[in-house]
Design a protein around this ligand. Structure first.
Ligand code: 4NP
Length: 159
């Protein structure tokens, strides 16, 4: 039996989708009284935004749902992450290809699409960066639904 689980969310820039996933999932996990059992982090495949806070549009969309992303700081994925996280959950197939390249070289936890834990046929969280506000709301909706399925999977793992 595992005592705790480590979850890493990965997107391209680590300023829109994966920090949103980090915040949404942390809220879900805390609401279920599991904050002590689940460690959550996020990162990007690119290093463009390292050290920066999430995109203001992501911060605002999350704040409307009572989630504070303002203290998060972007970082780039490192090979070691695949050794230290139990779930490596990417947002789209491009992220999947990039993280799989690291996985093939390094081994460790195989990355998978976050939305595999969701209920819809949609398997990618669309990149909202170049779009409007609605895209940021959709990101939160997709993540919320998949997060619920993910938490069920984690419960089984911890049982
Ligand atoms: P994210 O979105 O991968 O969800 O953080 C993006 C953020 C920044 C850029 C692209 C996508 N960018 O081109 O800088």
């Amino acid at each position: 039996m595992s005592e705790s689980v480590r979850v890493l969310f990965v997107c391209l820039g680590n300023i829109c989708r994966s920090p949103s996933a980090e915040g949404v999932f942390r809220q879900l996990v805390s609401g279920q009284g599991m904050a002590e059992k689940v460690f959550i982090d996020s990162c990007g495949t690119a290093d463009w935004h390292t050290g920066k806070a999430p995109d203001s549009r992501s911060i605002e969309a999350a704040a409307r749902r009572g989630i504070d992303l303002s203290g998060l700081q972007a970082r780039q994925i490192k090979p070691d992450d695949l050794d230290t996280f139990d779930y490596v959950l990417v947002m789209d197939r491009s992220n999947l290809a990039d993280v799989r390249d690291i996985w093939r070289q390094n081994g460790g936890t195989e990355p998978q699409l976050l939305l595999e834990f969701g209920r819809s046929d949609e398997l990618e969280v669309p990149d909202p960066y170049y779009g409007g506000e609605q895209g940021f709301e959709q990101v939160l909706d997709l993540i919320q639904e998949a997060g619920e399925g993910l938490l069920e999977d984690i419960r089984r793992r911890l049982a």
